[in-house]
Design a protein around this ligand. Sequence first.
Ligand SMILES: NC(=O)C1=CN([C@@H]2O[C@H](COP(=O)(O)OP(=O)(O)OC[C@H]3O[C@@H](n4cnc5c(N)ncnc54)[C@H](O)[C@@H]3O)[C@@H](O)[C@H]2O)C=CC1
Ligand SMILES: CC(C)c1ccc(C(=O)O)c(O)c1O
Length: 252
Amino acid sequence: MQLTDKVIIITGGCQGLGRSMAEYFAGKGAKLALVDLNQEKLDAAVAACKAKGVEARSYLCNVADEEQVTHMVARVADDFGAIHGLINNAGILRDGLLLKVKDGEMTKMTLAQWQAVIDVNLTGVFLCTREVAAKMVELNNGGAIINISSISRAGNVGQTNYSAAKAGVAAATVTWAKELARYGIRVAGIAPGFIETEMTLGMKPEALEKMTSGIPLKRMGKPEEIAHSAAYIFENDYYTGRILEMDGGLRI
Ligand SMILES: NC(=O)C1=CN([C@@H]2O[C@H](COP(=O)(O)OP(=O)(O)OC[C@H]3O[C@@H](n4cnc5c(N)ncnc54)[C@H](O)[C@@H]3O)[C@@H](O)[C@H]2O)C=CC1
Ligand SMILES: CC(C)c1ccc(C(=O)O)c(O)c1O
């Protein structure tokens, strides 16, 4: 699938990896539907895409809310007349140990901490994929869906909730690739390692050094390298049902 003139929805598209992918795809001539929670940041991301000469629109939508997702997908289809691609990128972190004992006091990961991450990072991916795939079938134009997982899906200390959600996303990716192939829809994933974002760049130099020293390539990934992988998946019509590892060789 060539990206020129294709309509791509990116959730969490107003900052970080989502915005980087939006600008990268705009550079390839794609039309962007950016989904997020902050109108001001969405406006800035849409403007950056338009500056590259493509059509771009913003959609305020909580991906964990079924009604909002259904409404958003219908609006994108009405506004653009087609949907060819979706990147399920929106995600949150609520890290913490399952149990922690300090000075004789025990604290636990709360149910709210668990549920918030499952709602956005797993249920949100389910809802967006279901609605977009249904619309692709209805419009009979096929397409491709990319789910952003994480190397944490293998299990990572302090990330019970996040690891479970990202493992769920990886398993669902394989399931949907098998189920949706008959409709001309490919589904694949990307599992990034540590990527340079505002948050990671804001870390103390010692902590950054400690983190990157364990990565064989001795550096974090760049957002454009994730965008490049997403473009590869869209453009390669034989890629489906697999998770592309983008971690510089790091294994958690
Ligand atoms: N940055 C990294 O090193 C890594 C990131 N990832 C994954 O990549 C994706 C993007 O991460 P970053 O760009 O670093 O994060 P970020 O926090 O910069 O961006 C995430 C975006 O998702 C949006 N969002 C959160 N909840 C939402 C909801 N309920 N509905 C709609 N939008 C929502 C946020 O407003 C934000 O704009 C996430 O899924 C994350 O888990 C995976 C591995 C490594
Ligand atoms: C632990 C993994 C590599 C990780 C690190 C940082 C973020 C982030 O800043 O959003 C992640 O989402 C991760 O999966």
